[in-house]
Design a protein around this ligand. Sequence first.
Ligand SMILES: C[S@@+](CC[C@H](N)C(=O)[O-])C[C@H]1O[C@@H](n2cnc3c(N)ncnc32)[C@H](O)[C@@H]1O
Length: 265
Amino acid sequence: MKVTFTKERETLLATLYGRALDARSRDPILGDTMASSTVDRIDYDFGRLKMTPSLARNVAVRAKHFDNWARAFLANHPRATVVHLGAGLDTRLWRIDPGPDVLWFDVDYPDVVELRHELYPEHQTIGSSVTEPGWETQIPADRPTLLLAEGLSMYLTPDGGHALFRRLTDHFGQGELAFDSFNSLAIKLQKRNPPVRASGATLIWAIDDPHEIEQANPRLHLVEALQALYAPGTQRLTFGYRLVAQLVRPFKRMRNLSFYLRYRF
Ligand SMILES: C[S@@+](CC[C@H](N)C(=O)[O-])C[C@H]1O[C@@H](n2cnc3c(N)ncnc32)[C@H](O)[C@@H]1O
């Protein structure tokens, strides 16, 4: 199947390929074999993204982290709704396999969810820009809801992101919001990241302090802010990565480059 995405849509092919490379490695972290077989079905020059085996391990660690947060939420709320924002071609629904009592919606641009339906078994999606008001009204709001956005916030504008979170917490009433963020230094550095450069995507929203999100939306209460450089699972990253992470630890902007954030509402 031929795929011709550009910019922020093309970055979903980088993360998909990262998970595929991890699955094909000798000691997989995530073991997403569905990502690996999906890559085989897509006609696209994945080499263009310059995804290296070591970057792929980072992608796998991050995905595993958000899988674990989703599993923990579903263990506490077996009849929940999960809204997976900017889902791309992520196969989290099948990795987690939440069972029939959970409502799960994968949300991304219309052409991305169209591709999901061509590649994946029947599942519920919403094809819309997440910042376009109104799509959330298609989802019932009567259950505890996990709003999950991996690799999305940095592509939004600050105003667009805050407005999105306000709309979703107003609509869903009760649950958690989990997402990853970049600070302003990371936004600058990521412009040099090979897959981001290859796609031509623009990174915009820098979050320097996780409390900014609470100030913009008093319904959100920060539960956890994990520094991505030292989060659980990073001990499985390459020696070079771990060495750099320790060397930059004294410098606040460096150790806070990226957060895994969890808020309650
Ligand atoms: C880096 S990819 C991450 C995809 C997926 N979460 C993963 O980890 O593989 C970024 C995703 O955000 C989506 N995205 C960016 N801006 C969006 C918007 N305004 N509305 C919906 N999706 C958006 C892109 O289409 C893409 O699928």
